[in-house]
Design a binder for this molecule. Structure first.
Ligand SMILES: Nc1nc2c(ncn2[C@@H]2O[C@H](COP(=O)(O)OP(=O)(O)OP(=O)(O)O)[C@@H](O)[C@H]2O)c(=O)[nH]1
Length: 346
């Protein structure tokens, strides 16, 4: 089996870490994402025992990723092989939109997040850490509600408060508020989304290159959808887009990356940054509070465009911030150029 993809992209592939206590709903959420039409999703699971991805889709070895649901899946017998698996799944030949690493229920989110963040694989871009919480069991399992809130939220960029259907309707708001308070006590910046059966808006997590299943793929995505029709998520992501023509001031870009607007979960775009010589094109990504700026290869034009995606986007504030990040100039400030240099050489 192979996952050939025409029009190989030179971009890095976001790698999303999916964590959560035993039985919180990680696999359910993963299967929901795999139903997305047109998406090429690579999956790495790091605990054989816990794998119950629908329809026996696990190929069982890293060497030969199997195509599924417009994507690939491979198994990771131990953490030592993560970079091997990432190197394989981010290969341009596969043309994947995203790679999702599903941790076993016992895996330590911080450790896994670090393995991705400091991966030696150049084509890896950290795509966020999604922590799934069982709303019904939360205070009986991961948190007794006393003392410091669980450490596991520290690494998270998005907390999915799942299984809300299992909480009495009358208590839902209160339960969500209590869990939110605990999560924020540990990590004030994290995005929090309520969910049932792992149905979160995939737009929060990654972009699908196509809207229909690729013709060269086995029809797993279709099969999964036929088996259980996709119910839409209750909470939808919103987006704000700002674009300008011509080069922009580097200080604005650096400022956006170092202090992204709090209600934007993800920001992406291509920007043309003014320098003393020829303007330089970059691909920009922010997930949670972390930004990433890499030179754009073979990216014609001078247009800069940024898209911010989030749950409760403060649209006006986000728009102002994106506009400020895209301040046109032909004469960049020395401070801006120095800040950009520092950012590029951490
Ligand atoms: N009622 C209800 N059941 C859910 C929900 N999400 C998941 N489940 C069920 O909860 C059980 C555990 O879900 P999984 O997705 O396997 O959880 P997991 O986190 O992958 O589990 P481990 O890999 O064992 O840690 C399954 O029977 C799911 O069908 C939900 O929102 N509501």
């Amino acid at each position: 089996m192979h996952c050939h993809h025409d029009g190989v992209s030179s971009q890095r592939v976001p790698v999303v870490v999916l964590t959560g206590h035993l039985g919180s709903g990680k696999t359910t959420l993963l299967n929901f994402l795999l139903r997305r039409p047109g998406a090429r999703v690579g999956v790495i699971v790091n605990d054989f025992g816990a794998v119950n991805v629908d329809a026996g889709l696990v190929s069982g070895q890293v060497d030969e990723p199997a195509s599924i649901a417009g994507g690939c899946i491979c198994c990771l017998p131990d953490a030592g092989g993560l970079d091997d698996a990432l190197a394989k799944l981010t290969h341009p030949r596969l043309g994947l939109d995203v790679v999702i690493v599903e941790a076993s229920g016992l895996a330590e989110p911080t450790t896994l997040a670090r393995l991705v963040r400091f991966s030696a694989v150049e084509r890896v871009r950290p795509g966020g850490v999604v922590e799934v919480v069982d709303a019904a069991e939360y205070f009986d399992t991961v948190d007794n509600g006393l003392g410091p809130a669980p450490l596991r939220f520290e690494a998270a960029t998005l907390v999915v408060v799942n299984k809300l259907d299992r909480v009495d309707a009358a208590d839902r708001e209160k339960t969500l508020a209590r869990i939110t308070e605990r999560v924020q006590a540990r990590n004030a910046d994290v995005a929090i989304v309520p969910a049932e059966h792992g149905r979160i808006d995939p737009d929060l997590i990654y972009d699908a290159a196509a809207t229909e299943d690729p013709p060269d793929q086995l029809p797993f995505g279709e099969a999964l959808r036929a088996e259980s029709p996709v119910e839409p998520p209750h909470v939808h992501a919103e987006s704000v887009t700002v674009a300008v023509d011509g080069a922009v001031e580097p200080a604005g870009i650096v400022d956006l990356l170092s202090d992204p607007p709090p209600t934007a979960y993800r920001i992406k775009g291509t920007v043309t940054v003014a320098t003393r010589g020829r303007p330089q094109r970059y691909v920009l990504h922010v997930v949670g509070r972390s930004g990433d700026l890499v030179p754009a290869k073979a990216s014609p034009g001078t247009r800069s465009e940024l898209v911010a995606i989030g749950l409760d986007l403060d649209r006006e504030q986000v728009r102002r911030r994106l506009e400020r990040a895209l301040t046109p100039t032909t004469d960049p400030t020395p401070e801006g150029l120095a800040a950009l240099r520092r950012l590029r050489t951490p």
